[in-house]
Design a protein around this ligand. Structure first.
Ligand code: BG6
Length: 473
């Protein structure tokens, strides 16, 4: 969140013809261009045998389908400016001539501090990174790496080793787009810009924490990719654990990258590696018939887990997480449940077993912050019901996650990027259970996963609270 670092003076975009470019990168670059925040040349690189015109055409399709469209002269002018910034290099990543070509384009625009954005399969990271080093394109450059950062602890460490042979850690930017979401950052803001939450934000007052990351769609044609990851690697090791760290961390000294990342890492280090009994895996009916999926696949499309954060603030408080594809709604939500009042004063009143009052924080698809409290129903009896005070609700972010993260990486601000220590600590938590686990249980599409096992996992801290569908999305 600081502006002290030097700015990158070019963006080199490896894998510019891929799906992520269509859905995320082009819309983000276009929005940055429209706000006048993109002042540098962009060199797209791929081996798709495209031309510059093909890339511009892809950009137009992307903005029309995923970036809100081109509505007026201002949009059209912004798109023309973006197209004029784009150059395209077609070439094999294994061929040094590709990098010579990139170097020539950077020289032509007098760029000496490029940011290299790797939107390529992880298997190609090493090839591209070492070639950048050989071509002298890394000397002053930064590297922006897309998740997944490895597929387990060993491969993540190996990946970091390779990256560090060419780029020092202060020039490495690992993207987890959840950290760029307005609503996710709102968690840190709500916690540390107020003093009201702090007195009860600990083991004395909190019964348990639930986090649900539900998606009402399947693997959307990404069978080949998904077979290599599954829910644990795709979203739990990264997005969900980012939410956990922001909910659980101690106040950082300030908002500098080093301070925030140090506190986030302490949370992850206080979580023991999961044991197989802490995990329920599920697979939606029909997953095995998806393209790119093995007929006998045991890959999980749903994971429920429980863990504790073994530190002074959270010791003894169970955390429960559910994440899955083809569930009834699309919503990512945390519910922090407070303990029951210590004495039952109103005999006929029903207070749920696990806890009563709660704080509810929703981060996808809309942002919400709400307090749940019991209030008395009008009438002669002392009976009540849960009511909710919705403190904040926002339909869509001003700044999309990718827009924010690209802007920060180009400015050299690492606050919202995962540190090497953070990535490795997160892998340590899930590493064992990615290999040692019970088979995935089948669940029908549109349900909350293998419900019996998931209910057993939460036990007396239940029930699970199912997020409501969003009114706006
Ligand atoms: C991606 C995963 O990182 O995050 C996807 O690969 C998942 O499987 C997506 O659907 C969820 O992101 P969001 O922002 O839509 O909640």
């Amino acid at each position: 969140m600081t502006g002290k670092q030097t700015k990158s003076d070019a963006l080199v975009w490896f894998g510019c013809t891929g799906d992520l470019g269509l859905k995320m990168t082009f819309p983000a670059l276009f929005r940055m261009e429209r706000r006048g925040m993109l002042e540098i040349p962009i060199v797209g690189v791929a081996s798709s045998q495209w031309t510059h015109d093909d890339l511009v055409q892809r950009g137009r399709e992307s903005v029309e389908q995923f970036g809100g469209g081109l509505h007026d002269d201002r949009d059209a002018a912004a798109f023309d400016r973006l197209a004029a910034r784009l150059a395209y290099v077609d070439g094999d990543y294994g061929d040094d001539a590709t990098f010579v070509q990139v170097g020539k384009l950077l020289d032509a625009s007098k760029a000496i501090r490029p940011a290299h954005y790797l939107a390529i399969p992880p298997g190609l990271f090493q090839t591209v990174i070492t070639a950048l080093g050989r071509a002298g394109l890394a000397d002053e450059g930064r590297v922006i790496v897309e998740k997944p950062f490895g597929r387990d602890l060993d491969s993540a460490q190996e990946l970091s080793r390779v990256v560090h042979t060419v780029f020092p850690e202060e020039r490495v930017f690992r993207i987890d787009h959840y950290l760029g979401k307005e609503s996710v950052l709102g968690i840190m803001y709500a916690r540390f810009a107020n003093s009201m939450l702090e007195p009860f934000w600990n083991r004395d007052m909190i019964d348990s924490v639930q986090i649900t990351m539900a998606e009402d769609f399947g693997i959307a044609g990404r069978g080949k990719f998904y077979e290599g990851v599954g829910a644990l690697r795709d979203v739990v090791q990264n997005h969900v654990l980012q939410i956990v760290t922001l909910l659980a961390m101690e106040p950082p000294v300030d908002i500098e990258a080093g301070s925030v990342r140090a506190e986030a890492d302490k949370v992850l280090r206080a979580i023991d590696p999961l044991a197989s009994g802490d995990l329920v895996r599920g697979q939606f009916d029909g997953y095995r018939s998806e393209a790119g999926v093995a007929a006998d696949s045991d890959v999980e499309t749903f994971a429920a887990l429980r863990f504790e954060i073994d530190n002074w603030r959270w010791g003894g408080v169970p955390w429960f997480v559910r994440a899955g594809k083809n569930l009834p709604v699309r919503a990512t939500e945390a519910r922090i449940r407070l303990r029951k009042p210590p004495a039952k004063i109103f005999p006929g009143d029903h207070v749920p077993t696990g806890g009563s009052d709660y704080v509810r924080i929703r981060v996808t698809p809309d942002g919400q912050l709400a307090l749940g409290l019991r209030t008395k129903e009008p009438g002669p009896e002392f009976v009540g019901e849960m009511g909710e005070l919705l403190l904040h609700s926002e339909a869509g972010p001003e700044l999309t996650a990718y827009e924010r993260l690209f802007g920060d990486a180009l400015a050299g601000d690492q606050t919202l990027f995962t540190s090497v220590a953070g990535v490795e600590s997160a892998w340590e938590i899930v590493d064992g259970v990615t290999r040692d686990h019970a088979p995935a249980e089948r669940y029908p599409i549109g349900t909350w996963g293998p419900v019996e096992s998931v209910d057993r996992l939460i036990g007396r801290h239940g029930p699970w609270y199912d997020p409501e569908p969003s009114a706006t999305y």
